[in-house]
Design a binder for this molecule. Structure first.
Ligand SMILES: CC(=O)SCCNC(=O)CCNC(=O)[C@H](O)C(C)(C)COP(=O)(O)OP(=O)(O)OC[C@H]1O[C@@H](n2cnc3c(N)ncnc32)[C@H](O)[C@@H]1OP(=O)(O)O
Ligand SMILES: CC(C)C(=O)C(=O)O
Length: 546
């Protein structure tokens, strides 16, 4: 038996049957090119009898896409087979796929006119299958037959059907678990039964087609391979009817990573898996869940400290395949509240900070404080954290420039201790603030204003003995996500001199208050420590004194 697996992609046929997944003809042709780049063996491009657009997609893919065989689906009806055969007619490498249901429940419900007894109906099913295969062979010698709902079909009858199909000339025989009902061991048994009853098992390729109603589609597909199947039908991202089909990327990577367990090969260009997944997601509008195996955005990400430590030392501690092998980015250390020191300092070092030992505990505490307020901590957040952290101390120790204004080496005069804001739709905003002075004293003030920031700034003005005017206030989002940090920049003036303060926080009201206090501290520091102070901030030269 061959050890090479035929990858039959049905994203454009069964995948598209997922409610809401319909794709336009150009989208299908585009995806078919991606599937060719991925090096799948067969693309099931559509079901031509069902609409002119399906016919057009099949014809265009059969004639425009080089590489894979183009396949079209048809019921066992004459018109269906003619429609599929004609849609494929101009293609160079084509397959016609015909199917009929074989389980009692399907025969009873869908083919009630085929006879009076189940025996008569079963006989009629076999005759239809044989006639359809014979007709399909007039279009191409590559004909696939599927026994729909084989997973719930009486195995004895299934054997009769597949024997007749093989004798009629079908070159591929597919045993679908149409409703995702089988357990893996049952599916193996079913396929072994089929292999045993085929007149010449080497003359046909046995195929799997598993649905995911119980989340077993990939497991069943692999169980089918163990029983001798050498074609697997699957879709990108596992899209398809109801809970979907077996996911191509999962099967391919299981066969690649666990070649020792399956001992078969699939010649897929795996580095195209993630880009193809993204293309299908964009065309169907179906997002890929973050934890989706192989192609999900978290499939190679590590946030937990113990895992980050392990992966940074040796990737294979927590990764059984390489992210780049499936088209994902290599280094995916994501910082958040579960991260530890290894993850944090490794990232800071990669960003150019050489954090000295003596600062590490305090920095890690700051990081945790931020991480508790944010789902994910991005590099912009870390940059701000480094700037906020002791300004000069870290800048000097790390050798990086301090992009804020040094407070003449001293501690800030004021620290925002507490604030509260009361907002209502019919009244002015009310704010109370408590500022702590560097001499240990504290001052509390209240104010009202047109909105929370106006009220805050009025209260802060009362609390600080430093006359000035507000020149500018701006706010922008500086990191990613719904919990992005807001950066506030405030400029105040005293006489000819301007003082700029900045702060970043996920809470923009807090950032507004801290930026103002920062600007006030610079003003106070300039007054206290120098007759003439010069500094550069945001590209502006600021001078105080003289
Ligand atoms: C498991 C699978 O994924 S099977 C593929 C499912 N895919 C689709 O259904 C593709 C989209 N379908 C369609 O566009 C339409 O259903 C069509 C064009 C195929 C048929 O449309 P209609 O003629 O209006 O029939 P409708 O879908 O209502 O009913 C299905 C008919 O097909 C018959 N039928 C179903 N499967 C088969 C089969 N494999 N072989 C022969 N006839 C079949 C049913 O008995 C029923 O026939 P009836 O109209 O004589 O009762
Ligand atoms: C047409 C067949 C292969 C099918 O899609 C199924 O049984 O799920």
């Amino acid at each position: 038996m061959s050890d090479s697996i035929t990858i039959f992609d049905t994203t454009l046929r069964d995948g598209e049957q997922a409610p809401g997944a319909s794709m336009t003809v150009p989208e299908k042709v585009h995806i078919a090119h991606k599937l060719a780049d991925l090096n799948v063996d067969v693309i099931e491009a559509g079901f031509p009898i069902s609409s002119p657009a399906q016919t057009e997609a099949v014809t265009r893919i059969a004639t425009e896409v080089d590489g894979p065989v183009t396949c079209a689906l048809a019921r066992t009806k004459e018109d269906d087979i003619d429609a599929a055969g004609e849609a494929l007619a101009d293609g160079t490498d084509t397959r016609l796929h015909t199917f009929i249901a074989t389980s009692d429940v399907h025969i009873e419900a869908k083919f009630d006119k085929l006879g009076n007894t189940m025996a008569e109906k079963r006989e009629a099913i076999i005759q239809r299958a044989v006639r359809a295969i014979e007709q399909a062979l007039t279009y191409t010698d590559n004909v696939e037959f599927s026994a729909e709902d084989a997973g719930r079909t009486d195995p004895e009858f299934l054997c009769e059907v597949v024997q007749a199909a093989a004798e009629a000339g079908a070159t591929t025989i597919n045993i679908p678990d149409t409703t995702g009902y089988c357990a893996p061991s049952e599916y193996t048994d079913l396929l072994e039964t089929v292999v045993d009853c085929l007149p010449d098992p080497d003359a046909v390729t046995l195929s799997t087609h598993c649905h995911d109603d119980l989340g077993l589609a990939t497991a069943n597909t692999l169980a089918g391979i163990r029983a001798g199947a050498r074609q697997v039908e699957c879709t990108i991202n596992g899209i398809g009817e109801r809970a979907g089909n077996a996911a191509l990327e999962e099967i391919v990577m299981a066969l690649t990573v666990r070649a020792d367990a399956f001992d078969v090969t699939a010649d897929v260009h795996t580095e195209h898996l993630t880009p193809t997944s993204q293309t299908v997601s964009a065309a169907t509008g179906f997002p890929v869940q973050p934890n989706k195996a192989i192609v999900g955005s978290n499939a190679f990400s590590h946030e937990a400290g113990i895992h980050q430590h392990g992966v940074l030392e040796e990737r294979t501690t927590y990764e059984i395949m390489s992210a780049t092998d499936v088209g994902q980015d290599a280094e995916q250390i994501r910082l958040g509240r579960h991260s530890g020191r290894h993850g944090l300092f490794n990232r800071l070092e990669a960003m150019g900070y050489a954090v000295p030992e003596g600062h590490r505990d305090a920095l890690y505490d700051r990081f945790l404080d931020l991480a508790d307020r944010k789902k994910e901590v991005f590099e912009e957040d870390l940059e701000q954290m480094m700037n906020d952290f002791g300004g000069d101390a870290v800048a000097a120790a790390t050798g990086l420039p301090d992009n804020g204004v040094a407070l003449n080496g001293g501690t800030p005069a004021y620290r925002l201790d507490q604030f509260s804001v009361h907002l209502s739709s019919d009244d002015e905003a009310k704010v109370s603030v408590r500022l702590q002075r560097d001499d240990g004293s504290a001052r509390e003030e209240q104010a009202t204003g047109e909105g929370p920031v106006d009220a805050l700034y009025r209260a802060l003005d009362h609390a600080v003995d430093a006359p000035h005017t507000l020149v500018d206030y701006s706010i922008r989002s500086i990191s990613e996500g719904a919990d992005a940090q807001g950066e506030v920049e405030v400029t105040i003036r005293y006489g000819e001199n301007q003082f700029a303060g900045t702060a970043r926080n996920t809470d923009v009201i807090r950032a507004s208050a801290e930026a103002y206090v920062d600007a006030l501290n610079r003003l106070v520091a300039a007054q206290e420590h120098a007759e003439s102070v010069e500094f550069v901030q945001n590209g502006i030269m600021h001078t105080y004194g003289e």
